[in-house]
Design a protein around this ligand. Structure first.
Ligand code: ATP
Ligand code: FE
Length: 352
């Protein structure tokens, strides 16, 4: 199978062509960071308009780079949710038009399934595997039993860690997106100078909380500012390092608990994977790698550029869905909310 993927659910306009032997023939991502910079966050209306302007070109460029004409492809996979609805709609509408014009079938993909299945695009990873999906809007431990079957073990009860990275960056005057800028700043800092909380660690289960952490960063920052009149370079690095260490500790400790729940399923080749933008963080990857090794699990971490939003993961999730019996005669419906867990809603397909 060779599939075109389209991703427009947040602030990245992305198109890719992927083959079922796991070859990424083409993948481009145009981020809108510059457009939203003045607003300190993603503005949905601006994002939707930019997607509409850029997507045609992104798709043409991906097809050209792949060496395939649209009509020769097996499917068009498009993110149908969850995400900013204006952006999701621009992608779905373009995909529907392309599908109608070319006769190539359409697959509606859950963006979170795209993240959670990415480890199988880059690795020989069998179901069931444990995956930590940590991104800008989500944080959950899932057992991936199949392309369309995810069991949620627990997750954040408030902010997502990516959101906490972004807010912390704002508090420290670092550029957006906050993840990479906080990570770079933290590399120069002392993670032990500030004693930031590790919320919910003493509570059983895999639930997490990250909103108190950014409040703690705010409090320490304000204390330094009122004592000394401002932050030095070193203060900023130490705050970033302390924050990042706290996030890594919480994720690692909760991963231990998720692993023990996962091992109850007696998987043949136990593995824990990471996915989502926050999985691009090297300190967090290293912490999870250690936890995996302690538990005797293989650790699977996709390359950084496949952790943050991209369309190769959407094309790949489309391939997985097709191999799993996805019915392309079902109409694709755009949805702002679309939980991965089957107990909450169907994962792939239409609005039935
Ligand atoms: P979702 O997938 O939940 O809908 P999203 O698509 O906006 O949200 P992703 O693109 O998967 O999220 O991830 C973006 C988030 O990842 C941002 O919050 C960003 O700060 C964070 N992030 C990116 N790189 C890093 C990094 N190196 N360290 C920590 N966080 C990171
Ligand atoms: Fe995402």
């Amino acid at each position: 199978l060779t599939v075109l993927g389209i991703e427009t659910s947040c602030d990245d306009t992305a198109a890719a062509v992927v083959r079922s032997d796991r070859t990424i023939l083409a993948s481009n991502v145009a981020d809108q960071t510059a457009l939203h910079a003045a607003f300190g966050g993603v503005v949905p209306e601006i994002a939707a308009r930019a997607h509409t302007e850029k997507l045609d070109h992104a798709v043409e460029a991906a097809l050209a780079a792949s060496g395939h004409a649209l009509k020769d492809l097996d499917a068009i996979a498009v993110t149908a949710g969850p995400g900013l609805i204006g952006g999701v709609l621009s992608g779905v509408m373009l995909a529907k038009g392309l599908s109608a014009a070319s006769g190539v079938p359409l697959v509606g993909v859950n963006h979170l399934a795209g993240h959670a299945l990415t480890p199988r695009l880059t690795d020989d990873l069998a179901f069931p595997y444990l995956v930590l999906l940590a991104s800008g809007g989500h944080c959950q431990f899932l057992i991936a039993h199949g392309a369309d079957r995810f069991e949620r073990l627990g997750g954040t009860i408030d902010d997502a860690p990516g959101e906490a990275f972004d807010k912390t960056a704002r508090l420290l005057g670092l550029p957006q997106p906050g993840g990479p800028s906080v990570e770079a700043e933290a590399a120069k800092g002392d993670p032990a100078r500030f004693d930031f909380p590790r919320p919910l660690l003493n509570r059983p289960g895999c639930d997490m909380s990250f909103s108190g952490l950014k409040t703690a960063v705010l409090r320490e920052r304000d204390k330094i500012v009122s004592d000394k009149g401002g932050l030095t370079r070193q203060d900023r690095s130490d705050l970033a390092a302390g924050f990042q260490a706290a996030v890594a500790d919480v994720l690692a400790e909760k991963a231990r608990r998720a692993i023990s729940a996962y091992l109850d399923h007696a998987p043949e080749a136990p593995a824990i994977a990471v996915a989502g933008g926050v999985a691009a963080n090297r300190t967090i990857r290293a912490a999870l790698d250690r936890v995996a090794a302690d538990g005797g699990l293989r650790f699977v971490a996709p390359p950084l550029q496949l952790c943050t939003d991209n369309a190769a993961m959407i094309a790949w999730a489309g391939i997985e869905a097709l191999r799993d019996g996805y019915d392309t005669s079902e109409p694709v419906v755009a949805r702002p909310r679309w939980p991965l867990d089957r107990s909450q809603a169907p994962m792939l397909g239409s609005g039935k």
